[in-house]
Write a protein that binds this ligand. Structure first.
Ligand code: HEM
Length: 132
């Protein structure tokens, strides 16, 4: 496993943080009445988005990690897919995750979103070439 291991390690590592954010949201909803009453107030709406997207992007990274080394494409394309998946998660849900403390980071989330779309397009193309 040449490229996929780092996606799998990153995916499980990042999933710990995004699941813990779910636990924190659950605690806040039960212990903080004003927080619980305002589903679309900042920072709840952003933490919920970071939790939901981060969970998905972790699992996407794990899935890509499991497949990427078996793709019948060049090594440079495999490496690009692998790095873009991690970069996309950090720049998308990662930037939302830190937004309650680093407010401008939300503006960077678009870069992550575009990386994730690019990775997915490259994966679709690569899988269509076949798997070993
Ligand atoms: C892979 C596992 C998980 C996935 C895919 C997931 C997904 C989601 C999604 C999509 C939402 C948004 C729902 C909405 O906006 O209506 C959400 C919200 C929430 N999740 Fe998770 N979740 C996971 C694990 C957890 C865990 C382990 C906890 C806590 C123990 C948790 C606690 C919460 C809470 C409290 C909310 C509501 C937050 C709010 O309304 O502000 N989640 N989750």
């Amino acid at each position: 496993m040449k490229y996929g291991k780092k996606n799998i390690v990153f995916g499980f590592g990042y999933l710990i943080f995004t699941l813990l954010l779910g636990l924190f949201l659950s605690y806040k909803l039960q212990s903080d009445q004003p927080f619980a009453k305002e589903p679309f107030a900042f920072p709840r709406v952003i933490m919920r988005a970071a939790h939901a997207h981060g969970n998905l992007e972790s699992i996407l990274s794990i899935i890509i990690g499991l497949i990427v080394d078996r793709l019948r494409v060049s090594d440079s394309l495999k490496k690009t897919i692998s790095i873009l998946a991690i970069f996309g998660a950090i720049m998308h849900s990662g930037m939302l995750y830190i937004m309650p403390v680093v407010t401008f980071s939300g503006n960077l989330a678009l870069i992550g979103a575009l990386s994730l779309i690019t990775t997915t397009v490259l994966m679709a193309y690569s899988v269509s070439k076949g798997l070993d």
